[in-house]
Design a protein around this ligand. Structure first.
Ligand code: TPP
Ligand code: MG
Length: 340
């Protein structure tokens, strides 16, 4: 009895330390798992010839979900990048919508089937439509934040990209501008070790992307992006500070891309099986489950229940989305010109 009580007290204390409620922790696991299971089914559909292209976030779910959970949904803006399925799920995308996007269906709320898969966008959720050209979203984020500051609108913008993208000019211009004007932007970099086949040491002469912030007089942090709780704990105070006029923040989440760059990439040409196996052991989903089980936050049955729910949602989404209509050819120019 005493052991049970002290275990309960300890887990209560841990929840306080996590800065997340039990409900939020369960949601965190749900979103990470949903992102992974969706990506797995997407890749299977691609291999079956049913989906043209997949670019996944496997290995980056903890970074994405931890960061997105630190935002105010529907209030804060997000300028995400292609791997950010996890971010979009937190902001309200469901499994069915994710599959509509993959299959370029008429009712895909991101672009109504006009863009490639994983090119996100949603007006009500304040997800900014993105370009295939990497890092352009950082400039959009700085612009949105400038407008918010001028209107005295207490919002924050979270812009994300991969570490390879931080070597583009847009990244540096956006950081410089945001720092000069103390704009409420969180620049969130998911460092997954590669830009397609290029390792980070060939992308930049620094060990940490976060070190680039110093050149702009900006605050920065490095966080273990395989740890959703740590990511949340790092992003949440930066968001609060930015909202209160404290200026921008660069956060680098160290993670690893567990899958090839995309469904068109052969990663055996540039990395070894051994390297992959070592990182697979650190899989963020496994780590999260282990931690909340060890800390007695949830009994295994509750986590199994989440897994079952996710499996069911993904199964339903695939079946349902495949039955949905494709865009009509005569609608191809819709949303392009005001009038034809
Ligand atoms: C300006 C520009 N150059 C090249 C590409 C082709 N491209 C697409 S993704 C990518 C790699 C980006 O690497 P990183 O920023 O580390 O993101 P990751 O894919 O690793 O998540 C490249 C080179 C592009 N989309 N835009
Ligand atoms: Mg990368």
């Amino acid at each position: 009895m005493t052991a049970v009580r002290s275990r309960r007290e300890r887990s209560k204390q841990l929840i306080d330390e996590y800065l997340l409620s039990e409900h939020q922790l369960a949601q965190m696991y749900y979103y990470m798992l949903l992102a992974r299971r969706l990506n797995e089914r997407m890749l299977a559909l691609n291999r079956q010839g049913r989906a043209p292209f997949v670019i996944a976030g496997a290995g980056q779910e903890a970074a994405q979900v931890g960061a997105a959970m630190a935002l105010k949904k529907g209030t804060d803006y997000v300028a995400p990048y292609y791997r950010d399925l996890g971010v979009n799920l937190v902001l309200g995308m469901d499994a069915r919508e994710a599959m509509l996007n993959l299959l370029a269906k008429r009712d895909d709320p991101n672009s109504y089937g006009r863009q490639m898969p994983a090119h996100w966008g949603h007006r009500e959720r304040r997800v900014v439509t993105q370009s295939s050209v990497v890092t352009t979203q950082f400039l959009h984020a700085a612009g949105i934040a400038l407008a918010a500051k001028m209107r005295k609108d207490p919002i924050v913008v979270l812009a994300s990209c991969g570490e390879g993208s931080t070597s583009r000019g847009d990244f540096h211009e956006a950081l410089n501008f945001a720092a000069i004007h103390r704009l409420p932007v969180i620049f969130f970099v998911e460092n997954n070790g590669y830009a397609i086949s290029e390792r980070t040491d060939k992308e930049m002469p620094l060990e940490h992307v976060a070190d680039r912030a110093r050149g702009y007089g900006m605050q920065s942090a490095v966080v273990d992006g395989l740890d959703a709780i740590a990511t949340y704990q790092t992003v949440a105070p930066a968001v609060a500070q930015a909202r209160n006029g404290g200026g921008p923040f660069l956060i680098e989440a160290k993670c690893y891309r567990l899958w090839p760059h995309s469904s068109d990439d052969d990663d055996t040409r540039y990395r070894t099986k051994k390297e992959l196996q070592e990182w697979a052991r650190k899989d963020p989903l496994k780590q999260f489950r282990q931690r909340v089980e060890d800390d007695h936050i949830f009994p295994p049955s509750e986590l199994d229940e989440i897994e079952g729910r996710v499996e069911e949602e993904v199964r339903d989404a695939v079946e349902w989305a495949m039955q949905q209509p494709d865009p009509a050819p005569e609608d191809a120019l819709g949303f392009v010109y005001k009038e034809l």
